[in-house]
Design a protein around this ligand. Structure first.
Ligand code: EPZ
Length: 421
């Protein structure tokens, strides 16, 4: 397994461009199942999770071609299986997003239950209840979701708790259902309107994506389409933190500022100066004294849970005492003990961590435990006095495209080494 060796304490300089959104690309790739012709998707990031999704869709019989960097052409006309196998689904939960499209298009699906992951149990009960309401027969058998239907019907779906994946699965299922589906309590993350835009380009009739109520009028068939995926707002936020944590000024290009308002507001509250240089370019001036802050993660437009670990690393080297509360996942503090190995002063109290600022991190040998925790350790290592070894960096490669190369191009000393535990 690969590791990173990072020599901390170097100021970064220059401009970095963000890649396409992992969490938008994954559902949009699944939407290709619904089409009756090839789909072309641009700005698809080159990530391990994208590779896994290509594998899942290829097992179903979809032909996937990478025609140039960032562009996938997906031809669903040869689909011959409706089963997403355990060995693939267990390595990436987002595979469950094939469930809605398979049911809507082929009236059957067999998808392994995703199982939990490091950050939580992450059930899919809300997805299944909603599909059942649309006329799917759902059975759980030997670790698989076995679903079938005579034909999905439009229904009024109320999500008591916000679910991004659940909203996406139902939007895709409803696109080919008979009649109208209204989703209330829909997730409002930017990936939802992006998926709706791609589906509408295929001929779907979806309104209200991005608000709490989405209306989908089912149609008989959907065509292929061409769509460019939005930039990755979590990579953007991660790179925004790289500026203050190294005492640098950075320019970040290819961003959607409207997708990062909560993160920008929180960083500004900490004293960082963020300037919009163009509609898709921001300058982040992190050469400031960092102030403490209070934070609670929440569904969009609140502060994203996927940025919680990264801003915790920053708050560790801010003045005073900060508090960070994680409301979305029940076990998303595994970066805490690793940050403490680097000298952080953290106290975990249930869903809240109290952070008392230190001067600087100390380099140490640490282990990545999940995707965003690994990004947090990279940020801490960039700040640290001395050298940090981050093991199991495969977690990072799941969701960040060549982050080591991007940081090295800004002047960081990041080396990827092979092997080791
Ligand atoms: C998406 O996961 C993202 N993944 C996650 O990003 C992100 O953290 C999450 O949304 C929240 O924003 C992708 O888009 C591929 P949820 P998802 O359904 O859809 C509970 C990353 O780092 N829940 O909104 O799985 C669930 O356990 C990843 O890129 C149920 O109880 O998240 C969680 O506590 C990590 N029953 C909460 O809701 C359900 O049926 C939010 O889950 C579904 C969810």
């Amino acid at each position: 397994m690969d590791n990173f060796i990072i020599e901390g304490g170097r100021e970064l300089k220059g401009t970095v461009t963000v890649s396409g959104s992992k969490n938008s690309a994954l559902p949009i790739m699944c939407a290709a199942i619904l089409a009756d012709g090839p789909c072309t998707f641009h700005n698809i990031p080159d990530l391990v999770d994208i590779g896994t999704m290509v594998e899942v869709l290829s097992v179903l019989g979809i032909k996937v071609q990478k025609t140039r960097p960032g562009t996938l052409v997906m031809d669903p006309t040869g689909i011959c299986s409706y089963e997403a196998p355990y060995d693939l689904v267990k390595s990436m939960r987002a595979s469950v997003l094939v469930l809605g499209p398979l049911l809507a298009k082929f009236k059957r699906a067999k998808v392994s239950l995703p199982g939990g992951c490091a950050i939580g149990v992450r059930p899919v009960d809300l997805h299944l209840k909603a599909l059942a309401k649309m006329g799917a027969d759902i059975e759980l058998s030997h670790g698989y979701i076995v679903a079938s239907t005579d034909g999905l019907k439009g229904a009024r779906i109320i999500f008591e708790n916000t679910t991004v994946g659940g909203t996406e699965n139902i939007m895709m299922a409803a696109a080919l259902a008979e009649g109208t589906t209204i989703i209330e309590g829909a997730a409002r993350e930017p990936e939802i309107p992006d998926l709706a835009k791609a589906l509408n380009r295929m001929g779907a009739r979806i309104e209200g994506a991005g608000t709490g109520t989405i209306t989908i009028e089912g149609v008989k068939t959907l065509t292929g389409c061409e769509h460019t995926v939005i930039p990755d707002r979590i990579e953007t936020g991660t790179l925004m933190v790289a500026a203050p944590i190294t005492g640098s000024r950075l320019t970040i290009a290819g961003v959607r500022t409207d997708h990062n308002i909560a993160v920008a507001e929180k960083l500004s509250e900490m004293g960082i100066v963020i300037t919009e240089k163009a509609p898709d370019i921001i300058e982040v001036n992190g050469q400031v004294d960092l102030k403490p802050m209070e934070l609670s993660t929440a569904p969009f437009p609140g502060f994203p849970t996927d940025m919680q670990a990264q801003i915790m690393a920053l708050s560790c080297v801010a003045g005073g005492a900060s508090s960070i509360t994680e409301n979305i996942f029940e076990n998303r503090f595994m970066h805490v003990p690793e940050l403490m190995r680097m000298g952080a002063n953290l106290e975990e109290k249930g869903r809240t961590v109290i952070v008392r600022g230190i001067e600087r991190f100390q380099g140490a040998s640490v282990m990545a435990t999940d995707l965003r925790a690994s990004a947090c350790l990279v940020l801490a290592a960039l700040n640290a006095k001395g050298t940090t070894e981050i093991r199991r960096i495969y977690h990072l490669d799941r969701g960040y495209e060549a982050l080591d190369e991007k940081l090295a191009a800004l002047g960081a000393r990041v080396q990827r080494t092979k092997g080791g535990l």
